[in-house]
Ligand binder design. Structure first.
Ligand code: NAD
Length: 356
């Protein structure tokens, strides 16, 4: 298969970790007879420095015309004082919007080799955490109308949280389809005891659940979900939720693994085009030192193969290689512990390649 990938290395450690993911994709291409064609585009602070904007129109067009997009990370203190409309993060929101990326998939996997890194007790994570949050990404309160006005002599702020049936249905379908490919259990997270948007959410999810009788479906309130993620995280397979709840819960869930450098993510559209990136930022404190953990980006590349290119075997191959490298005791400094071998960012990439 021939695939066009637009690569957005970005700022800070972005170029270092993306280089390792691209090397891994090249190894997969060689092994399975595919051809991946890369086009590099500046995004974030480096684009502001060169062109005065966080992403150019040409760069955006290259994202839209690709089969998939691989992102490192954007931002850093150098651009913190930029005016709001040209901050590095603006480019990410723009790409999500332009590409129609309405579904954010964030797996939370506690690799058994890294169980010590979890802030939770061993008896709680014993069975291993392996859950996936499907977050609606382009609707709800982050995109609703907002205003601040003076009422009776004081300021009053309002943020609207609109959701239409079709927005709920399309994210619901992604969640049910994803559950079908995993453990066939789906919990839909809402606040239906209070919010109208949540009641419509629940009604729509119930209707969809009739189309997926193989999936064990349940509703759970968002406050209870926040507790259950700490009390009993191994009970979950797939969780689906709206934009703001998903933002908060996916950060909470990622912390259960204690290793931000390991976590991949995918943002999907209604077609096969998606954007794949690690969940962490540009880590300016370690940029240019070749010590960043590239595994979150490498696992994001695996998600690209699985979700955009329908290459499940190839994705499994990368994930198995990461497991083997961890089993052999190799660690970048963020996940280093006694008795293991410390490796640099590019050495970690090479080790994964050697195990594919
Ligand atoms: P961060 O995720 O960049 O870093 C937090 C801590 O985790 C740092 O100590 C860093 O060294 C460490 N870390 C992160 N990724 C690592 C990796 N792969 N290997 C080893 N250690 C790693 O968060 P921050 O410091 O709050 O943000 C830095 C910049 O990144 C800011 O400008 C922020 O706006 C931006 N940011 C970008 C994205 C994105 O591009 N998607 C996401 C979050 C933050």
């Amino acid at each position: 298969m021939n695939k066009k990938i637009t690569v957005l290395p970005g700022d800070g450690i972005g170029p270092e970790i993306v280089a390792e993911a691209v090397k891994v994709l090249d190894k997969i291409a060689k092994k399975y007879g595919h051809s991946f064609e890369y086009t590099y585009v500046d995004i974030g602070g480096c684009s502001i420095d060169k062109y005065g904007v966080p992403i150019t129109d040409e760069g955006m067009a290259l994202c839209k015309s690709a089969d998939s997009v691989l992102l490192g990370a954007v931002g850093g203190p150098k651009w913190d004082s930029c005016p709001a409309n040209i901050r590095p993060e603006k480019a990410l929101l723009a790409v999500r919007k332009e590409l129609g990326l309405f579904a954010n998939l964030r797996p939370t996997k506690l690799f058994s080799q890294l169980a010590d890194a979890s802030p939770l007790k061993k008896e709680i994570v014993g069975g291993g955490i392996d859950l996936l949050i499907v977050r609606e990404l382009t609707g709800g309160v982050y995109f609703g109308e907002r205003k601040t006005e003076e009422v009776n002599g004081e300021l009053v702020a309002v943020d609207y949280m609109p959701y239409s049936e079709h927005e709920i249905e399309r994210i619901g379908r992604v969640a049910f389809e994803t559950a079908m490919k995993r453990g066939k259990r789906l919990a839909s997270v809402d606040k239906a005891n209070v919010l109208d948007t949540s009641r419509l959410w629940r009604k729509t999810m119930h209707r969809l659940s009739e189309e997926y009788p193989q999936v064990e479906y349940s509703d759970i309130l968002v406050d209870n979900t926040a507790m259950q993620l700490i009390k009993n995280p191994t009970q979950f397979d797939v969780l689906v939720t709206e934009n703001m709840f998903g933002d908060i819960l996916s950060d909470e869930a990622s912390m259960l693994t204690g290793s931000i450098g390991m976590m991949p993510s995918a943002s999907l559209s209604s077609g096969t085009l998606g954007m794949y990136e690690p969940i962490h930022g540009s880590a300016p404190d370690i940029a240019g030192m070749n010590i960043a953990n590239p595994l979150g980006t490498i696992l994001s590349a695996a998600m690209m193969l699985r979700y955009s290119f329908d290459m499940a075997k190839e994705a499994d191959d990368i994930e198995a290689a990461v497991n083997k490298v961890l089993d052999a005791g190799y660690r970048t400094c963020d996940i280093m512990k006694d008795g293991c071998t410390k490796v640099l960012c590019d050495q970690m990439g090479e080790l994964v390649i050697a195990n594919i």
